[in-house]
Design a protein around this ligand. Structure first.
Ligand SMILES: Cc1ncc(COP(=O)(O)O)c(C=O)c1O
Length: 406
């Protein structure tokens, strides 16, 4: 966090109800989102929980580009069916350059509405940037089109806005017509197309803890208040300390600074370019918050049922003490509900999320050297055997255990 955030933190007002820190956060969030009602939560997944309780309906589809796992888990518990409709370019690694690989496939969305009827669709959730396929952005045009299609069928649109400012940066630098707009003008326009948004503030809130549930509808806000009271805390803190709300109020302003974003996105791009120089296969173009290494291409001899990207996560940790995460066969693998057969995802990656304001490029060179060396010796690596998963398969990557294949 910045010195301004640490300074603000010391002024936290920890009153149970109506603390000053809440009103500072409320004003800052209203400014960035352009929406009126702000309910803090302790993390993004708590906002996901509230969102799922309000919008996810049993037996109905929740359309998304790619749902983040914590909403997916919450929606599945509610009996809803989350479906991922990211465009085809967003499902493949290393294909031709596409500036907005996080976009929703509009014809697929229309087809589901036509086939199933609008009553079978409970909501559309656009995740910006799309975390699961590489931190890939969603264009303003796509957000606008998704919103107008949903409006036609009275389907509510929600934005999962963990990386709202990074998405706005990509719109500003890649989408015609936005080059002269400020980041805040862009964020406000993005949110003008949705009814509600949730945020993991640990990302573009530039803080270590916190979440937000933000809506333009008073009735939805009242429902969120009730759920916050029973699960999070009183309306004006919702699971956050006053001091954390102060830091978030400042962080939301700092993240919309173009120079900050320019440093941030370019540092991630630096890592991607250096890895490419060593021959390491990555998903392109580089996303906002991290580099995603293509596990299938990295270890072509390790089949998906032996978790190539998870093996790579372990190898990087063994080699350099750097912790990445698998987004592939373990995170997205499913079982066929009828036959029980394994279904493996198209994208098989290791995500290296880069913490902002922490590393110099020389730190990133450590990752480049380690991964470059592992890549040179890739034939010597074998896969992994899954020995433990939890009861909810879509959440197993948080708890799974593996052993090395001999
Ligand atoms: C897009 C997205 N939504 C929701 C969450 C969950 O947020 P939290 O970790 O704050 O609970 C995350 C966390 O990585 C995320 O990236």
């Amino acid at each position: 966090m910045s010195q301004e955030q640490w300074g603000a933190l010391l002024q936290g007002d920890e009153s149970y109800a109506g603390c000053k820190s809440f009103y500072r956060l409320e004003a800052s969030a209203q400014d960035v989102f352009g929406m009126k009602y702000i309910q803090p939560t302790h993390q993004g997944r708590a906002a996901d929980y509230i969102m799922a309780q309000i919008y996810a309906k049993k037996g109905q589809y929740a359309i998304g580009n790619m749902h983040f796992d914590t909403f997916r888990g919450n929606a599945e518990i509610m009996g809803a069916i989350p479906v991922d409709f990211v465009i085809a370019e967003g499902q493949k690694a290393n294909n031709e350059y596409h500036p907005f690989k996080g976009n929703i496939d509009i014809p697929r969305m229309q087809k589901l509405i036509d086939d199933e009827g609008k009553e079978k669709i409970c909501c559309v959730i656009i995740t910006i940037t799309c975390n699961n396929n590489g931190g890939q952005p969603v264009s303003m045009e796509n957000i606008r089109q998704v919103s107008s299609l949903a409006k036609k069928y009275e389907i509510p649109v929600i934005i999962d806005s963990a990386r709202l400012a990074e998405n706005a940066y990509f719109i500003k630098t890649r989408e015609p017509g936005y080059e002269n707009k400020s980041i805040k003008e862009i964020t406000r326009e993005m949110f003008s197309y949705c009814e509600t948004t949730t945020m993991s503030s640990k990302k573009d809130g530039l803080v270590n803890m916190g979440g937000l549930f933000v809506t333009r509808c008073h009735d939805i806000y009242l429902k969120a208040n009730q759920l916050a009271i029973v699960h999070e805390g009183f309306i004006t803190y919702g699971g956050m300390s006053g001091r954390d709300m102060e830091a978030l109020a400042v962080g939301l302003q700092e993240v919309t600074d173009f120079d900050y974003l320019d440093y941030r996105i370019k540092q991630v791009r630096y890592l991607g370019e250096k890895l490419k120089e060593r021959g390491v296969p990555i998903i392109e173009p580089a996303g906002g918050h991290g580099i995603y290494v293509d596990g299938k291409k990295f270890f072509p001899h390790i089949p998906q049922h032996q978790f190539p990207s998870q093996r790579l996560v372990c190898a990087l940790y063994e080699e350099a003490g750097v912790r990445a995460v698998e987004i592939g066969a373990c995170a997205f693998g499913k079982k066929d509900p009828v036959t029980g057969a394994d279904i493996w995802p198209e994208l098989e990656t290791m995500r290296i999320s880069v913490s902002r304001r922490v590393y110099t490029n020389q730190h990133l060179d450590v990752i480049v050297n380690a991964l470059g060396d592992i890549y040179e010796n890739r034939d010597t690596y074998k896969g992994l055997k899954l020995i433990f998963e939890g009861p909810i398969i879509s959440l197993r990557h948080f708890t799974a255990g593996f052993e090395l294949v001999k």
